[in-house]
Every structure is written in C-alpha cells, then in structure tokens.
Design a protein around this ligand. Structure first.
Ligand code: ADP
Ligand code: ZN
Length: 529
C-alpha cells in the first residue's frame, strides 16, 4: 500500500463510524470507495441491500467538491436528502418539485461549494443549462444510481439515461461510479458501453441472498394460499404482495383487510398523496402489508420486510430478483413466495405477442419470460438457477422449496405426445384451434355441448388421455408451455405445437415433468443463514 492509500482508507473508516455509525465496511465497499476517492471510475453490481449508497457517499465526502447523484427516483429524493442531513451531511436535490427560487438557492449553494451531495434525475442533468451550471462548480464525482436503466436489453429502460454518455466528455476529470442491483452479463456489458465506462474497475458482488427462502407453488386459489402463508408463517410481519393489475391490487388489499390482515394498496393510478401516505405508513409501521404493482419498491429501504409474495408471474428474472430482494435486508430469515399457474403463462404470452412493440422488444420480452418460466418449472435448486442466470456458480442451497422438498418427477413423454397429437388433429381434421380447456375435454373424452356440436367425439384422439385428471393435464400443459414444447397463441391462448415439439413427437427426446405439490408450509429458519 502506498502512503496515500492507507491514509485514505483510514479516513474512510473514520467517516464510516463518525457519520454513519458503522464500524466496518461490508463486502467490497472499502475497495470501491478507494477506487472512486482516488479519482478512478467504478462499475458496481451489488444486490439490493448490499450497501451501494456508501460507495458514493463516502468518496463524495473524501473528495473536494460536490458529488452529483443521478437517480430516476424523484419521489424519494426529499427523503434521501433528509436522511443525509440528519447525520450532518450537506445534501440537496434539484428536481421538478422545487419552486424556481428554491432551485436557484440550491444552485447558489452548489457554486459556493456548500454541498457534499446533490441529487437529480437524468433528464435534468442532461439539459444544456445544467451541464453549464455543473461545469462552473467543483465536482467530486458522478454517481449513476440504478444504472441498468440505460440498458435497452434490461427490464427497466429509461431513455433519459442514454444522455448520460456525455458525462465522460463533458467532465473528463470527474470520476464516475455506476451502480445497479441488476447483474446479467448482457446488462453489465451494455451499461459499461453506453455510459462509456470502459476504463472503469468492475466490482461484482455475490448476488446470493442466503437468508431469503425461495418458494414457488402452483396457483390454485391464490388469495387463500397467500392468507395461509401469512397466518401460518408471517403473522404480524411486514410484507409486500405484488399483483399485476391495479384492480387486483385493490381487491386483494381489501380482501386481506376484510380478514383482519392490515393491508394497503399501492399503484400508479392512486392519487400521489395517497401513495405517499401508504408508503410512509408502510415504512414506519410494523406488520403492515403493502399490496402493490411493481410501481412500488424501487429505492425503498425497509430492513425488516419479512416476506415478498407474488400473486402473478413477474416478466423477468431481473424483476423477480429485485422485487424479492426487498425482503430481509436486515439479514434475518425471510420468504420469497410466489403462486404461479397456467393462466400466467398464457396471459403473458398474449401480452407480448399482442403488443404494438418492435420485433426486437418482443424477442427480448420472450426470452425474459422463458427464463422466468424455467425458474418456475425447475426441479433443481431455485437459488442455483437464479444465480446461474446472473452468471454465478453455486451449489444446492438447502433453503428453497426444491431443496427442502425435492419434487417428484414422472416420465411424461407419452402424455406430451398425446397432447401434441390432440392439438394437431384438431387443427388438421377440423381446421379448429382450441385453448387448453377444450383440448383437455378431448383428451378426457368429456362430452359437452361444445364438443358434441363440433363432433370431437369422432376424432381418433377422443378420450386418449383418461389416465390423467384434468388438473394433471393442466399442470402438464403449463410445464410444456414453459419448455416450448407447446405454444399458446392469440387472445384465447390457442394451443399449437411449440418449437421443441418435433423431437418429442418423434420419440427422440423424453420429457420429465414435475408432479405439482399441494401448497405447503416451508421450513422457516431452516437451511443456511
Ligand atoms: P442498496 O442501495 O445496495 O440497496 P443501501 O445503500 O440502501 O443498499 O444499504 C442497505 C442498508 O445497509 C442500509 O440500511 C445501510 O445503512 C446499511 N449498511 C450499508 N453499509 C453498511 C456497513 N458497512 N455496515 C453496516 N450497515 C451498512
Ligand atoms: Zn435450493
């Protein structure tokens, strides 16, 4: 170590304890702080709750001038600044919620060198007026928070982030640190390139959250299943319940409240003051459940969220990981629970194919969904699968549902062939295509007005699947959809053979499917910590 390095590290530790009240750095914090404080660039991939904020706050305090923090979360800036001021840091923000004279006062403080940290949204930063202002000030660093928002491949793209590529040229002497909790290879590569951070040092933390128990169970009656999770394992705990639609957010919150479970709704359609109020109550109170769309959660720092539940399938593993990552920031045992069913697959496919978006966007969305489905349908350790998605190897964790309770599998090759044959026959001989309900009717030979009218009982595939129950067929369809052996098309989720159907039909490949387990209790506190 050079003299300067040792001195800097000591000073950083002193700030850590004097200002923030902690006595040691976590993970790679010390190395990151050293890199940026010494004027270098850094790309930081660290899971939610890992402690990213200190990685730019401390270098900003160590260096001369003001640290500019770029964040998309305008709604949280006031809170973040208040928290910093409370520990004696000179912080401010510039955004559209400020009156003209307030903004001018902040600008004066900046130019007078009276600010340690200044928060602003990217759309503000890239304005020529702001760039000129910043060029007249002394800057300690740029911190680009939620840096994955620059990636078009990612799930959270914000066009305003693209403008940040200018920082390298406009402020050549000012170190930059980009931070995100999203860590696929593709996002990492793209953000490095787009933010022109090729010269940066990269710090990639482990993405494992060992205290979170991952569980995904078949969706039967999701609210009842959720209620069982809460009453059996999380009575009185704080939690977040994610739903896809605003309507289901509201009905679910009401449904829970009707059963004596304190729950509040949160979605972008609620008036801002209601959202603000619910968010504050959730942060302050114990044992409150927030039922929300994905509009809720980014930047929320509540350490004791004991469970995150998904009543609908997230669109990507990145989304799932970020949302579940809001559980257990304090390191104590927590649950990430999801109910997932055939309807989720059908409606998400429909949503992707039916949209007006570009072919590129659809391709991305499809591959995100496929990876998410593979996680849902895996018979191996969920954590291994999750971490592998982020490019990290690990061994079975002992703290997820598939580890605690390995699913039984069965040889479903013949069943898959029967299903495919039924789908193909219906199409070929009748020129008709059907959703899962009618295909199951045909397999079971179940006479209904519909099937009789269509003379389905005359087909050779009529009743060839009586060895399985309706529920078992629906489970099989869901898993075959997840693997691309079947595909669901159009508004009604019409079943057609998928890209992987050929080898199965020709008996070149066998199909192992998992037996759906009854919803069950997980082993709380089991496994590793
Ligand atoms: P992230 O932005 O990565 O999600 P935060 O920066 O919000 O994480 O930090 C998560 C929590 O961990 C915060 O409550 C923070 O104060 C705490 N924390 C961060 N670094 C340390 C540390 N070195 N020692 C103790 N607590 C820390
Ligand atoms: Zn596991």
């Amino acid at each position: 170590l050079r003299e300067g390095d040792a001195g800097r590290t000591e000073e950083a530790l002193a700030i850590l304890s004097r200002v923030f009240g902690y006595d040691s750095f976590r993970g790679e914090q010390a190395a990151i702080i050293d890199q940026v404080a010494s004027g270098g660039d850094a790309v930081v991939l660290m899971p939610t709750g890992g402690g990213k904020s200190l990685c730019y706050q401390i270098p900003a305090l160590l260096r001369e001038g003001t640290g500019i923090v770029v964040s998309p979360l305008i709604a949280l800036m006031a809170d973040q600044v208040a928290a910093l001021e409370a520990v004696g840091i000179r912080a401010a923000y510039l955004n559209s919620t400020l009156e003209m004279h307030e903004a001018q006062a902040v600008e004066q403080q900046l130019l007078a060198g009276e600010l340690d940290l200044l928060y602003m949204a990217p759309e503000r930063l890239v304005l020529p007026r702001t760039v000129q202002l910043l060029q007249r000030a002394q800057l300690a660093l740029f911190a680009i928070d939620e840096a994955h928002c620059v990636s078009q491949w990612g799930h959270d793209f914000r066009p305003d982030y693209l403008g940040l590529s200018m920082l390298a040229d406009a402020f050549p002497g000012v170190p930059r640190i980009a931070l995100t909790a999203t860590a696929t290879e593709a996002t990492h590569r793209e953000l490095t390139e787009r933010l022109q951070m090729q010269q940066a040092r990269h710090f990639v933390s482990s993405f494992d959250r060992p205290n979170i128990q991952y569980r995904i169970e078949p969706k039967a009656s999701p609210r009842e299943q959720l209620l069982r999770l809460i009453t059996a394992e999380h009575e009185g705990d704080s939690g977040i319940v994610y739903c896809l639609s605003r309507k289901s957010v509201e009905t679910t919150a009401q449904w829970l409240a009707d059963r004596g479970i304190p729950a509040l709704p949160y979605h972008a359609g609620l008036p801002p003051e209601v959202r603000q109020d619910h968010q504050e109550r959730f942060l302050r109170a114990d044992g409150l459940i927030m039922v929300a769309t994905i509009a809720f959660g980014m930047g929320i720092d509540k350490p004791d969220v004991r469970f995150v539940a998904h009543l609908d399938l997230p669109k990507s593993i990145e989304g799932y990981y970020q949302e579940t990552g809001r559980a257990g920031r304090d390191g104590l045992p927590s649950t990430a629970w999801m109910a997932y069913g055939l309807g989720d697959v059908v409606s998400q496919r429909k949503f992707i194919e039916g949209g007006e978006s570009s072919e590129q966007f659809k391709r991305n969305a499809r591959s995100h969904l496929d990876a998410m489905l593979a996680l849902c349908e895996t018979v191996d350790c969920r954590r291994v699968q999750l971490l592998r998605y982020f490019g990290q190897d690990s061994s079975p964790c002992g703290n997820c549902d598939t580890c605690l309770n390995p699913p039984q599998t069965w040889d479903a090759t013949v069943a898959a062939q029967k299903l495919l044959s039924a789908v193909i026959r219906l199409d070929r001989e009748r020129g008709q295509r059907f959703g899962s309900g009618q295909v199951v009717d045909v397999l079971l030979g179940r006479e209904s007005e519909r099937s009789l009218a269509s003379r389905h009982h005359e087909l050779s595939v009529w009743g060839i699947g009586e060895e399985l129950s309706e529920k078992e067929w629906r489970t099989a369809i869901r898993q075959l959809l997840a693997r691309g052996i079947l595909e669901a098309e159009g508004d009604y989720g019409v079943l057609v053979p998928g890209p992987q159907a050929g080898p199965v039909l020709r008996s070149e490949e066998t199909v192992q499917l998992a037996v759906d387990r009854a919803p069950q209790r997980g082993a709380r506190g089991g496994g590793r910590r």
